[in-house]
Write a new protein. Sequence first.
Length: 242
Amino acid sequence: MKWLRLSIVDNIDIREILDWNYYIDHFNSCIQKIITIPAALQNIHKIQLITKQKPSTDSKIDTYIRRAAEHLHTHSWQIISYELTDQIGIFKAWCLVEHELVQIAIKISRIFYVNYRTSIENNNNNNNNTHEQFKSIQRSIGYKRTITNYSKRVNRLLSHCSQVYYLYEYRLDKNHFHNYYTYIITELSNSNIGVYEMNVPLDFRLLIILDCICSLHKEHHCTNILSNLYHFNQLEFLSLSE
């Protein structure tokens, strides 16, 4: 670099020796001569860069997604497989719907049955009862509300031909079941009540409820059509003849 009159030429960055102010001024001058001044003479106030764009495929993708979602709501599902996910109580299902393979998520609750010898309503009104069934003074208000809202009296055939007294079905999602697990196990250990299907695996429960062909209940056809998560209560089993 004799023209720089430098004795040391090692590790020199070209960006450090350029006169950037000169080149910036020269560049601005060129823009004025080529673009700005001619545009002003033609009364063009705003210059827009026009480039050739490829046709957008967003509309096609949206149409495909919406059509697949509509098929889920109006046609039967042939379930190919169930897969576990990282979230307890949520399964990934691969379904064949109108010759298209789609993936959906199914949420299932923990279901169990409690057979009481006396009515729960009578126990709630009887303050002198020393063995209140499924009721504890130390339980939280949220627990009371949860147990009340997610239970109903049913009629089922019990195993070993056990006699049905006051049979209640409980359906608790994973959050409620784990939050109140200690309360539930403590109170269900009462010798005066019978507990059924507490330890049925969730994947097995899903299989016996939906089997391999199911569809969305008609009353849920108007739910969020683009949602990919369905509760098993929204689905119904279909026989092969249907």
